[in-house]
Design a protein around this ligand. Structure first.
Ligand SMILES: [Zn+2]
Length: 137
């Protein structure tokens, strides 16, 4: 199967959140340079970041999902840490999609599968229970 890079990330966590979203949509994808950037983060910029590789046949569908994620990011939610609008609601209750969550599931068993919903800021990487609502300001 032929894969093409559709997006690149400098942040490991952001890359995995997007990867998880695409996989939930049944899109065949993986992260290039992931091992290098995780072990030696300083290389991330040098090698062009973590690249999101998507199956050639599913590039168009992946694009739609990425567009939807971008729309969600532009929503009215505001990060309480850096006041960025790049906030997304994430649900951590999902099948292990990478070695890290697989490891956590292995050690914690059902405990790791407790539904945990929270917000993730794509700008500063903060995770929090409740974003700021602009209507209340
Ligand atoms: Zn933030």
């Amino acid at each position: 199967m032929h894969f093409v890079a559709v997006q690149s990330f400098s942040n490991y966590i952001d890359a995995h959140i997007i990867l998880g979203r695409l996989k939930n949509e049944g899109i065949e994808c993986w992260l290039k340079n992931e091992a290098t950037t995780t072990i030696i983060p300083v290389w991330t910029t040098a090698i062009g970041g973590i690249e999101l590789m998507v199956s050639h046949e599913q590039v168009q569908r992946a694009g739609l999902v990425l567009e939807r994620i971008a729309e969600e990011k532009k929503s009215s939610r505001i990060c309480p840490v850096c006041f960025s609008h790049q906030v997304e609601y994430i649900n951590t209750l999902r099948k292990p999609v990478n070695w890290l969550s697989a490891l956590v599931t292995f050690f914690l068993g059902d405990l790791a599968l407790m539904p945990e919903q929270r917000y993730h800021c794509f700008h500063c990487g903060a995770e929090f229970e409740k974003p700021l609502e602009p209507a209340n300001n």
